[in-house]
Design a protein around this ligand. Structure first.
Ligand SMILES: [Zn+2]
Length: 163
């Protein structure tokens, strides 16, 4: 994978974008040796853009003389804070993952509650005796409706995404 950096000629400062992740549409971002990971966000890139408003910025690909030249001679933007930014960014990703998990958990609980209520209704219907045949038809219709709903729930619960 090709790496990139963004360079401000005016300030002789650069920030490392590293590889471009097609799936997320983001650059991997700055890398922390301490944490052995990337920011996986635009946090440092955005700060770099804001710090160099009005300056001419150039994106430079790796494996070029220019790339090596910039890394060897220019100053690395926020170099001393990169560990901190990577740590914060990874922490944020962890929280988002936790949020997603708890939302799914709530969804599962709701499905179980609906299922329970429908089964309860079905039991009530089974214990209801119909007076006339017209009433019997209505009860039968209700019973079928509930059974169809329970079938939908069964399918949802059987879906691997539900687990
Ligand atoms: Zn600048």
């Amino acid at each position: 994978m090709r790496d990139y950096l963004l360079f401000c000629n005016y300030c002789s400062t650069y920030t490392l974008l590293h590889g471009y992740d097609k799936e997320s549409g983001n650059f991997l971002g700055e890398y922390s040796l301490l944490l052995n990971d990337y920011t996986r966000s635009n946090v440092v890139l955005n700060k770099f853009i804001l710090a160099h408003l009005g300056h001419t910025l150039r994106a430079i690909p790796s494996k070029t003389d220019e790339y090596m030249n910039v890394i060897c001679t220019a100053s690395h933007f926020l170099e001393d804070d990169i560990d901190k930014y990577v740590e914060e960014s990874l922490e944020k990703l962890k929280f988002q993952e936790r949020d997603r998990k708890s939302e799914r958990e709530i969804g599962r609980v709701q499905i179980h509650i609906i299922e329970h209520l429908l089964k309860h209704d079905l039991e009530l219907l089974a214990n209801t005796r119909s007076g006339s045949s017209a009433e019997g038809q209505v009860l039968l219709g209700k019973e079928l409706g509930i059974k169809q709903s329970l079938e939908v729930i069964r399918k949802v619960k059987a879906d691997p995404q539900f687990a």
